[in-house]
Design a protein around this ligand. Structure first.
Ligand SMILES: Cc1cc2nc3c(=O)[nH]c(=O)nc-3n(C[C@H](O)[C@H](O)[C@H](O)COP(=O)(O)O)c2cc1C
Length: 426
C-alpha cells in the first residue's frame, strides 16, 4: 500500500546491516533497547549454528529519532556484524591491491575456506541461479546477500512497526507449530506466552517440543537439516484494513507475500488454510454472533484467520509459514561446479544452522508487523501518532454504532435473508 516503506542493505559478513524505514509518524517512543528485544529473539532457538554465539545483535538508531521520539523523518537503523573483523580482507569494499590479493590467495592455499572462491553450488540455495543471473564466478557474491542474515534488518524495522502498532492495541506473537512432521497439539499447549517464548523452540506444547528437539538432534547427527512450520498471530487489529476492490489492496495477499518473502518459506496458510478444502462449508465458515454492547463484532470461530474479502474482520489474524530444511548440509549432497559445469561429489559447506523455525517465526512477526503498520497508515493516515490515533478512534466509534444507512446497500436495503436457488456471484 506504500504508506510505510523500508529497504535493507548489507551482506552477511560485511560491516553492517542497515534499514531505512520511511513513513513512521512523529511522536512514537522508540529506543535501541526496544529494538534489541526482537533482535535477540531472532537469534535464539535450538538448532541454530555457531554464528549466533558470535553476534549479539543491537541496532543503532542513526536518524529519525530525537530524545526518544520519532521525528516523522526516515529512520535509519544499523546493526554491526561482529564477525566482520574475521572477514575484512575477504569482504573488503575497496579494490584489492596486488599484495592484498596475494595475501588472500595464500590464505586460500593454506586451506582457509572463506578466502577461496566458491564454485560447488549448493542444491536448494540461491547459488546457481544467482551466479548465472549476475554473471559471477564466485558464489560468495551471491550467498552474502541471499543469506538470511539480511532478515536481521527486517526484524529491526519490524520492531519499529510493532512499537507503532502497540500504540493502537495491536499485538503480534509467533510460535513454533511443527518441526520435521511433529506438530503441537492445541489441547496440550499448556505454556503461557512468556514460558513458550523462553523455551528452546518457542513452543507452547512442552511434549511436542521434546519430539521436535529429537528431530533436530537426529538431523544433526546425520549431517542433515530439518524444516517445520511457524504460526504468527496478530491480535487487536481493527476491522477494515485492506480491501477487496483490487488485487493489490487485499490484506491477505500482502501478508502472504510478506511471509513468502522470507528466505526459506515455501508455503503460507491463512487461518485454516488448506484444511478448508477438506471440509464442507458449514464446518468452515465462522458464524457471526453480532455486535456486543461495547461495539465489538464477534465471530463464533476464527477459521478465516481474521481475514475475509481481503479485509481484516476484527478477529486475530493467523498466518502460518512453511519452513523448508536448510540447504547447507554438513553431509553435502552431490552437485556441480559452477565454472567447469561438471558434477562434483559434494556441494560447498560452510558453517550453518540445522533448523531455524523459531527464528523464522520472529522474522514472520516482523513482516506481519510491517504489513499491518502500512495498512493502518494507509487507512488512517497521520503525520503524528496523535493524529493517527484520533482518526482510528473516530472510525472505531463509528463502526461500534448501527450504520446510518447512507451507504448504498446499507440497512434500508437489507432483504433479510438469502434466496434459495439464486445463481453464484461469479
Ligand atoms: C533465520 C534464518 C536462518 C537461516 N540460516 C541458514 C543457514 O545457516 N544456512 C543456509 O543454508 N540457509 C539458511 N537459511 C535459509 C537461506 O537463507 C535460504 O534457503 C536461501 O536464501 C535460499 O532461499 P529460498 O530458501 O527462499 O529458496 C536461513 C533462513 C532463515 C530465515
Amino acid at each position: 500500500m506504500g504508506s510505510l516503506r523500508f529497504l535493507t542493505a548489507g551482506e552477511s559478513h560485511g560491516q553492517a546491516l542497515g534499514v531505512t524505514l520511511e513513513g513512521v509518524p512523529a511522536g512514537l517512543a522508540l529506543t535501541a533497547d526496544r529494538v534489541a528485544v526482537d533482535l535477540a529473539r531472532r537469534q535464539r532457538g535450538y538448532g541454530r549454528g555457531a554464528r549466533q554465539a558470535i553476534e549479539k545483535d543491537r541496532a543503532e538508531i542513526v536518524s529519525g529519532v530525537r530524545h526518544g521520539l520519532t521525528l516523522g523523518s526516515p529512520i535509519l537503523l544499523l546493526v554491526r556484524n561482529r564477525d566482520w573483523e574475521n572477514w575484512t580482507r575477504v569482504m573488503q569494499v575497496e579494490p584489492l591491491s596486488e599484495e592484498e590479493a596475494a595475501e588472500l590467495a595464500a590464505l586460500a592455499a593454506e586451506g582457509t575456506t572463506r578466502a577461496a572462491p566458491i564454485t560447488r553450488v549448493r542444491p536448494g540455495h540461491a547459488d546457481l541461479a544467482g551466479a548465472l543471473k549476475y554473471g559471477f564466478n564466485d558464489v560468495r557474491n551471491v550467498l552474502e546477500r541471499a543469506s538470511a542474515r539480511e532478515t536481521t534488518a527486517r526484524v529491526a524495522a519490524g520492531a519499529v512497526a510493532r512499537a507503532f502498532l502497540a500504540e493502537f492495541g495491536v499485538e503480534i506473537w509467533s510460535f513454533t507449530a511443527e518441526v520435521g512432521g511433529d506438530a503441537v497439539d492445541p489441547g496440550n499447549c499448556s505454556r503461557t506466552r512468556e514460558e513458550a517464548d523462553a523455551s528452546p523452540l518457542r513452543c507452547p506444547d512442552p511434549d511436542a517440543e521434546e519430539r521436535m528437539i529429537a528431530r533436530i538432534d537426529e538431523a544433526r547427527s546425520n549431517g542433515d537439516t530439518v524444516g517445520g512450520v511457524f504460526e504468527v498471530v496478530a491480535r487487536g487489529v481493527p476491522i477494515g484494513l485492506g480491501s477487496y476492490v483490487h488485487w493489490d489492496r487485499r490484506l491477505d495477499a500482502a501478508l502472504a507475500a510478506a511471509i513468502m518473502s522470507i528466505n526459506i518459506v515455501k508455503g503460507v496458510e491463512l487461518g485454516l488454510g488448506f484444511e478448508q478444502t477438506r471440509r464442507f462449508g458449514s464446518a468452515v465458515h465462522d458464524v457471526i454472533e453480532g455486535r456486543t454492547d461495547d461495539g465489538r463484532w464477534v465471530h463464533r470461530s476464527n477459521n478465516a484467520g481474521g481475514l475475509t474479502g481481503g479485509i481484516s474482520n476484527g478477529e486475530p489474524i493467523v498466518v502460518r509459514g512453511a519452513v523448508k530444511p536448510i540447504s547447507t548440509l554438513a553431509r553435502p549432497l552431490p552437485s556441480a561446479d559452477l565454472v567447469s559445469g561438471r558434477p562434483v561429489e559434494k556441494a560447498h559447506y560452510e558453517r550453518s544452522d540445522i533448523s531455524v523455525v523459531p527464528a523464522a517465526g520472529v522474522v514472520g512477526e516482523a513482516m506481519v508487523a510491517l504489513v499491518l503498520a502500512d495498512a493502518v497508515l494507509h487507512k488512517f493516515g497521520g503525520d503524528s501518532i496523535d493524529e493517527t490515533r484520533d482518526n482510528l478512534e473516530r472510525y472505531r466509534a463509528r463502526i461500534a454504532r448501527a450504520p446510518e444507512a447512507s451507504v448504498p446497500g446499507g440497512a434500508e436495503a437489507d432483504s433479510g435473508g438469502a434466496e434459495a436457488g439464486s445463481g453464484g456471484d461469479d
